[in-house]
Unconditional design. Structure first.
Length: 82
């Protein structure tokens, strides 16, 4: 799965958690209407979709679709090269 596909899947999961859809790839999750509970819900959905663990303690570094997609893509690439 390439980075563009990962980003699209992450965007769909954000839309599931934040139904307003008032965000783009560089929007901060909390500013887009998220909460700590919604962060946890999103991270669980991302783990189920990609089998990659995003830790809540790292949320500030992974608070946008772009950052989450880059992290997931990197993890998936590392897995295929291991």
């Amino acid at each position: 799965m390439d980075t563009a596909q990962v980003e699209e899947e992450v965007r769909l999961l954000w839309r599931d958690v934040l139904p307003s859809g008032n965000f783009n790839e560089d929007s901060d999750f909390i500013s887009a209407g998220g909460s700590s509970l919604k962060v946890m819900s999103l991270f669980v959905k991302l783990k189920k979709k990609f089998s990659v663990t995003l830790e809540v303690k790292n949320f500030n570094a992974l608070n946008t679709i772009s950052k989450q997609s880059a992290f997931i893509s990197s993890e998936l690439q590392a897995r295929t090269h291991a």
